[in-house]
Design a protein around this ligand. Structure first.
Ligand code: 0WD
Length: 255
């Protein structure tokens, strides 16, 4: 019997099998979880997610643009119909327009900032609000953040400001939902090569920096981020809420 036997959850943010959300999902599946998925609207995005979700027998695969309140509400209505209730939700979503991601924060656009904050930060609050409706016995909500929200990481630009706001959101949501026995946490992952990462700065330069600076002198693996994410969603972490767990080979402790 696995740690997640009999437990059900929704995963938002699988783009392909390189996605951090997929690495966490695999660990959840290993432990016996039942998982439903959302994908961005559009045939291409749906096909990508179905390719991964159908072989594992996912009962719910549905579209969701987190910028639309009605989409998020519908996802959790469908989750209730499909699963009755949920034990966990993984929010592994971030976006900023490429032009704003690539330029210095000082030069970024107002529209780009609104979009990036809406998708990468506020969506966690909306997801948590609707997820809470289908977690009558409590639950665990996890998001993904990055050190660039704590300290300046050259090239992370606008997304660093978003992650700072996301980290604060985790703490306020943990406070809001704690009385319902719903935990809200984040895993702060070191660089992992994914679609989203390829849009951020110079990935090879950044991962080289981790090898040079991190106490463990290497980069974190996808599997390690997956395992830590699974842990935070599991009952083993039942006393942890409002936490930003660094899974970065120790990089964050260096001055
Ligand atoms: O090194 C890394 N890859 C790190 C990533 C280090 C630390 C943190 N993270 C974070 C990211 O900032 C993000 O919050 O992990 C999270 C997941 O990122 P990922 O796994 O690196 O990236 P990816 O596989 O691209 O998944 C992000 C997904 C989108 O994929 P694409 O690339 O197609 O945009 O976020 C989803 C989408 O599936 N997404 C949305 N979902 C719903 N509504 C929306 C939206 N409006 N926009 C993006």
């Amino acid at each position: 019997m696995g740690m997640f036997t009999g437990k059900k959850g929704m995963v938002l943010g699988v783009a392909n099998d390189f996605s951090i959300a997929w690495a966490i999902t695999r660990k959840l599946l290993d432990e016996g979880a039942e998982v439903g998925f959302t994908h961005l609207p559009g045939d291409k995005m749906e096909r990508r997610v179905r390719k991964l979700a159908e072989p594992i027998g996912a009962k719910l695969i549905t579209s969701c643009d987190v910028q639309k309140d009605e989409d998020v509400a519908r996802v959790f209505d469908e989750a209730k119909e499909t699963y009755g209730s949920l034990d966990f939700v993984l929010h592994s979503i971030a976006f900023a327009p490429l032009a704003d991601l690539k330029c210095a924060f000082v030069d970024s656009s107002r529209e780009g900032f609104k979009t990036a904050m809406d998708i990468s930060v506020f969506s966690l609050a909306v997801v948590a609000r609707h997820a809470a409706r289908v977690m009558p016995d409590g639950g665990s909500i996890l998001t993904l953040t990055y050190y660039g929200g704590e300290k300046v990481v050259p090239g992370y630009n606008m997304m660093g400001v978003c992650k700072a706001a996301l980290d604060a959101s985790v703490k306020y949501l943990a406070y809001d939902l704690g009385p319902k026995n719903i935990r809200v946490n984040a895993v702060s992952a070191g660089p992992v090569k994914t679609l989203a990462a390829s849009a951020v700065g110079d990935f090879d330069l950044l991962s080289g920096l981790y090898v040079a600076v991190a106490p463990m002198q290497r980069n974190v693996t996808r599997e390690e981020v997956g395992g830590a994410g699974m842990f935070m969603l599991s009952d083993l972490a039942s006393g942890i809420s409002g936490e930003i767990l660094h899974v970065d080979c120790g990089y964050n402790v260096m001055g």
